[in-house]
Design a protein around this ligand. Sequence first.
Ligand SMILES: [Zn+2]
Length: 65
Amino acid sequence: MHTKPMKDSDGVFSKWKKTKYTNCKVCNSTNVYYKEWDSSCGGYTDYYYRCNECANVWWVDGPDS
Ligand SMILES: [Zn+2]
């Protein structure tokens, strides 16, 4: 599980973007959006996904984390 703190002061979210290739792991819908999360220290970027069908959310680590 992702253990990163999620306070606004810890990083900056981008706007929501529509995914093209990601399926929800719960309902298998492709109606999935994501936003980038940049840590305030600039050390890494992660991705926060949300399924618009079942409201499932999950994190994906960026390549440099
Ligand atoms: Zn879903």
